[in-house]
Design a binder for this molecule. Structure first.
Ligand code: DPM
Length: 330
């Protein structure tokens, strides 16, 4: 679709889908702004209609791309869709947001039986083990709702949220503590934004691919391959930590029982020294990154699979099956 302005200048119209929440709008706007800077001649139309995952097939508002938090995207996308860009990861760690009455405290120094709000099995499992004096309760709703529930009631002493989401919302000043991997490892894909497009829209795919950040893509391919091999969805107690250093990609992955008493954690690494071989159109764990050498992406994917296989050989399947059953029965 094209659009003509008052001076007769023609520009391509790119339709961008978004969701209602403030975080979704902020994330969509930030990617739209980047695209606008890189391609001044396009006209971006940001849809008001809600566009859930892969609603880009909806005829009602046929959008060209949708911005998501990568951690909310399944490791296998519905046929016809792909992640055309994974943007440079922000702080991937979890953060503690305290009730104002607890200012100055940390998870360590909060009183016995203080209630911590999170509905993430991954966070609860790790933190229960590490901070046994604390209680954990579900807290639901979008970020605005959660912060309101924390501040305006006395139900929670603190809540745990992703640092990246807090920063995007402009609430960085509420972060009292960033959780280090020793306390709590993050979720697969956490802190990275993803642009979902139609796999066959070659023009759009090419347009957004410039947004890819190489290190983030490789880390997230490894993390997603790990999660997929474990057959974990977005709501299993699985956590990761990745690093790129001296052309090596390091992946630490772990699985937990719901109370964290039982866990498996291992680290593996692989060389990702650059190779010149250009990639064809291949999707790996839902990601298409044509400009990043395919051989290196393959290494990242293999790393995730091999680490998962190592944990599976040590009993990861049993831990996750029990966790899933107990959680479903709650
Ligand atoms: C997923 C989880 C949560 C979100 C599970 C997990 C947290 C749910 C909760 C898969 N998606 O992390 O173990 O706290 O009850 C979500 C957030 C962001 C993306 C908010 C958050 C923003 C950060 C980002 C919800 N999805 O985790 O605080 O882009 O990574």
């Amino acid at each position: 679709m094209f659009r003509q302005d008052g001076n007769g200048k023609v520009s391509r119209v790119i339709r961008v889908g978004t969701r209602k929440s403030q975080l979704a709008r902020i994330q969509t706007d930030s990617v739209a702004e980047k695209l606008k800077e890189l391609y001044p001649d396009i006209h971006l139309e940001i849809g008001k209609k809600a566009a859930p995952l892969s609603c880009i097939s909806c005829v009602c508002f046929r959008v060209d791309l949708v911005v998501h938090s990568l951690k909310d995207l399944p490791t296998t996308l519905p046929p016809g869709f792909t992640i055309g860009a994974v943007l440079k990861r922000e702080n991937p760690h979890d953060a503690v947001v305290l009730h104002p009455s607890n200012a100055g405290k940390s998870l360590d120094t909060l009183p016995e039986n203080s209630v911590i709000g999170t509905s993430s099995l991954r966070r609860a499992a790790q933190l229960k083990k590490r901070f046994p004096h604390l209680d954990f309760k579900d807290i639901r709703g979008n970020l605005n709702t959660r912060l309101k529930k924390l501040d305006e009631k006395n139900d929670f002493a603190a809540i745990i949220l992703a640092a990246a989401g807090l920063r995007r919302m402009g609430w960085e000043s509420r972060i009292s503590q960033i959780l280090e991997p020793e306390d709590c490892m993050y979720a697969v894909g956490q802190g990275a934004l993803a642009v979902e497009v139609r796999a066959r829209d070659a023009d759009i795919l090419e347009m957004v691919s410039i947004l890819h950040d190489r290190d983030t893509v490789l880390r997230c391919i490894a993390e997603r391959a790990f999660l997929r091999r474990l057959e974990g969805g977005c709501s299993v107690p699985v956590a990761v930590h990745t690093q790129v250093k001296d052309s090596q990609l390091y992946l630490t992955g772990a699985v937990y029982s719901l109370d964290g008493s039982n866990s498996l954690k291992e680290t593996m690494q692989v060389s990702i020294a650059s190779s010149e071989k250009v990639d064809e159109q291949v999707q790996r764990v839902g990601v298409t990154a044509n400009k990043i050498p395919g051989a290196v992406q393959d290494e990242a994917e293999k790393l995730g699979i091999e680490l998962a296989d190592l944990l599976l050989s040590k009993g990861a399947k049993e831990i996750l099956t029990v966790a899933r059953q107990l959680n479903d029965a709650r």
